[in-house]
Design a protein around this ligand. Structure first.
Ligand code: AR6
Length: 169
């Protein structure tokens, strides 16, 4: 599993699955979630309605509809409340659970956004450290089908942080 970083819009990624930073209702929202729903078309929301939501730290899978990706893995990141509410463990769980869902379907390429670092307010550097640690742990502990994992950063700050952390690796 090769880990890389790009600066782009996640809805443009031609991978087997993109991960959506959703909320527990799974019925859409603002930020990237809204962009994904607009790009996928209304059928995505129809399928999401059948899922009955998703608890924070877990993940659910739908088809990608009009997106250039076969699947969307919807995961719900924690809202940052200062760090004492299990936020880091819950964020790590989003990455683990999303990778598990991709592996269950034998997918080979997955694009991740910077979960929780927008509206949910998770400090970006800490979130990037948690994300990288989580995916590397997953890679060490599992026999994965995933060959390509790309972190798609939308804002310059996240892109800079991920480049720094990946260089240190
Ligand atoms: N492609 C990739 N990354 C993006 C895009 C995009 N098109 N648009 C924004 N980002 P956020 P959260 C980055 O707020 O913090 C929604 O309303 C953005 O720069 O989308 O997990 C949901 O329904 C930021 O770094 O997600 C939830 O209610 C990152 O994506 C809530 O927001 C995450 O920003 C989830 O909040």
């Amino acid at each position: 599993m090769k880990i890389s970083v790009i600066r782009d819009d996640i809805t443009r990624q031609e991978v087997d699955a993109i991960v959506n930073a959703a909320n527990e209702s799974l019925l859409g929202g603002g930020g990237m979630d809204g962009t994904i729903h607009r790009a996928a078309g209304p059928e995505l929301k129809e399928e999401c309605k059948t899922l009955d939501g998703c608890p924070t730290g877990e993940a659910r899978v739908t088809k990608g509809y009009k997106l250039p990706t076969d699947f969307v893995i919807h995961t719900v990141g924690p809202v940052w409340k200062g760090g004492g509410q299990n936020e880091e463990q819950l964020l790590a769980s989003c990455y683990h659970e999303s990778l598990k869902k991709a592996d269950e379907r034998k997918l080979t390429s997955v694009a991740f956004p910077n979960i929780s670092t927008g509206v949910y307010g998770f400090p970006k550097r800490k979130a990037a450290e948690v994300a990288l640690k989580a995916v590397k742990e997953y890679r060490e502990q599992n026999k994965t089908h995933i060959e390509k994992l790309v972190f798609v950063c939308f804002d310059e700050e996240n892109y800079t942080i991920y480049n720094e952390l990946l260089k240190e690796d």
